[in-house]
Design a protein. Structure first.
Length: 159
């Protein structure tokens, strides 16, 4: 553990993020998943908190995220990879935007890469928000993976 720094650990199963200071002992297993009898090891993630960027929105690692008012819906625009380091930020941003009754549109057209954490994040958002969530399609390379994994019908991409 490095001194004077905060280190973020993220659970790849439930996206719980834990930030520890140098004086705290390291946590190896996710306490939320352990309570449900799943011993899921936490993964150390480099980015500790989303940073504000000058043009509005936030930045988490290589991902840029912007939440905008789109009339009768809230648009969440993503630019960059949706992976283990960025999926928790996206999940929190979409869940925060979904506090009202308006529809949520997540624009994936700027997501050139997505790993299993990104897929899991989108599937959880679809399950939790149902028909309120609209997903704008990602680039064809990512859609191909959706097809191969059988997720295209589950995610119900718009457009």
């Amino acid at each position: 553990m490095e001194t004077g720094r905060r280190i973020r650990f993220t659970c790849p199963r439930c996206f719980l993020s834990i930030t520890l200071r140098a004086a705290q002992p390291e946590v190896e297993v996710c306490p939320r998943c352990m309570a449900r009898r799943h011993a899921v090891h936490l993964v150390r993630t480099a980015q500790t908190e989303p940073e504000s960027v000058s043009e509005g929105g936030v930045s988490a690692g290589a991902l840029r995220l912007r939440v905008e008012d789109a009339g009768d819906a809230v648009a969440v625009r993503l630019l960059g990879p949706l992976d283990l380091a960025t999926a928790p930020v996206v999940a929190r941003a979409v869940e925060h935007a979904a506090t009202g009754d308006r529809a949520i549109v997540v624009d994936l057209s700027g997501v050139p890469f997505m790993d299993s954490s990104g897929f899991r994040c989108l599937l959880r958002l679809r399950r939790n928000l149902g028909d309120r969530l609209a997903l704008r399609p990602p680039p064809e390379s990512v859609q191909q993976i959706f097809r191969q994994m059988g997720l295209l019908d589950l995610l119900e991409l718009d457009g």
